[in-house]
Design a protein around this ligand. Structure first.
Ligand code: PMP
Ligand code: GLU
Length: 400
């Protein structure tokens, strides 16, 4: 049987650091150890009851069959309405698509536009799956990093300098996972100007669009100009804003050519997303007043948690964090601790730090290296306030 080989595609693929850490935390919990899991970005809220009710009604009505690849008629209408309301862009019924989470949408968008010999610009710190998905498409991720001093916001000039004749796409992600940075409209407009006259697609991951704090506003780069509209595919979904991670709902809107290509891929891979999830999404995307107030409650809770993390941060010696303006993460900079001896062992890097925090302090966080930002760790504030407070206390005690 030794000649049964796996392909390099999977042999070279990294595991998802976020999902791995979540699994490690669960394994320790299963052994009876009290672990505070601040690892995966997954809302601790239940899906709002009104959405669950819409899904139950669909079940009772026997909504149990394949739908069109893009989605049911109701869902297509709801997606069109959503993009008009939130992104301020108008898409025809053939320009929208529902997907198995935003994750599969990003993968299919990349596969639609890039392959061997091509480059895709990925802005660091980045969500863990971007570079791996670019590589799975056969292309090369070109990493452009912004530092904490820059508030993790990339300038148009930095992006322009990374464009070559092989650049096929860029992934934008605001509000950002893992830093919580929100790119202002002005910065996004400057960035979009860079692409005029190029053949670069913009994959705009707007999955955290509902989660902006204080006076911040979410804007979609697709809305800026006819040029921006024609090169941008917008990817969002129900996981974060509606607390529906397990329902696996992604929504896509964009130019007909790329959406058609993604439909082709989805047709051969998944056929369509689960019909009951579609019914729930068709209801949720309409954002009735009752649901809107639930969404606002969750957003407010994340903001309170963010404030608590920033307050408690003062107790962590040598640790800094840029105040998150959106999403539900805090990206803590432990650079000053790297290479130091602590409790009889060296903290060589952030991977070691995350493992030691898990095994010694029983707090699960994700190492910054997985996000292209060594020396940091990411803490999810999608966990309950008592968990966050306890987690921060445990980190403090461990550091002391
Ligand atoms: N993009 C970003 C930036 C994310 O953090 C996530 C979280 N999993 C996703 C996309 C994918 O979300 P989902 O597949 O659950 O829609
Ligand atoms: N997006 C979340 C995170 O970054 C969920 C896990 C994942 O899909 O990576 O933790």
């Amino acid at each position: 049987m030794e000649n049964l080989l796996l392909h390099q595609r999977v042999l070279q693929l990294s595991l998802s650091a976020t999902l791995q850490m979540q699994a490690r935390a669960k394994a320790l919990k299963d052994q009876g150890i009290s672990v505070v899991a601040l690892s995966a970005g997954e809302p601790d809220f239940e899906t709002p009851k009104v959405i669950v009710e819409a899904a139950k009604q669909a079940l009772d009505k026997g909504v149990s069959r394949y739908t069109a690849v893009r989605g049911s008629d109701e869902l297509i209408k709801a997606m069109q309405l959503k993009f008009l309301r939130d992104q301020k862009v108008s898409y025809g019924p053939l320009q929208v698509l529902s997907t198995v989470g935003a994750k599969s949408a990003i993968a299919m968008a990349l596969e639609s536009v890039a392959g061997p010999g091509d480059e895709v610009i990925v802005l660091a710190p980045f969500w863990v799956s971007y570079p791996e998905q670019v590589r799975l498409a056969g292309a090369k991720p070109i990493i452009v990093s912004a530092s904490a001093e820059q508030n993790y916001i990339h300038t148009a000039a930095m992006i322009k300098a990374a464009i070559t004749k092989n650049t096929r796409a860029i992934i934008l992600n605001s509000p950002n996972n893992p830093t919580g940075a929100v790119f202002s409209e002005q910065v996004l407009r400057e960035i979009m100007e860079v692409f005029v006259g190029t053949a670069v697609w913009v994959i705009s991951d707007e999955i955290y669009e509902h989660l902006v704090f204080d006076e911040e506003k979410h804007v979609s780069p697709a809305s800026f100009s006819p040029d921006a509209y024609a090169r941008t595919v917008v990817i969002s979904g129900a996981s974060k804003g509606y607390a529906m991670t397990g329902w696996r709902i992604g929504v896509v809107g964009g130019p007909l050519a790329i959406v058609d290509a993604m439909v082709k891929l989805q047709q051969q891979r998944y056929s369509c997303i689960a019909s009951i999830s579609q019914a729930a999404a068709a209801f949720a995307l309409q954002e009735t007043p009752e649901l809107k107030s639930e969404i606002e409650k969750m957003r407010g809770a994340y903001q309170t948690r963010r404030d608590e993390v920033m307050r408690m941060l003062k107790n962590l010696p040598g640790v800094t964090c840029i105040k998150p303006k959106g999403a539900f993460y805090a990206f803590l900079d432990f650079s000053k601790w790297m290479g130091k001896m602590h409790k009889g062992a060296l903290i060589d890097n952030d991977d070691i730090l995350a493992m030691r925090l898990l095994n010694e302090a029983h707090v699960a966080v994700v190492s910054g290296a997985a996000f292209g930002a060594p020396g940091c760790v990411r803490l999810s504030i999608a966990s309950s306030l008592p968990d966050i407070t306890e987690g921060m206390k445990r980190i403090q005690t461990w550091l002391e």
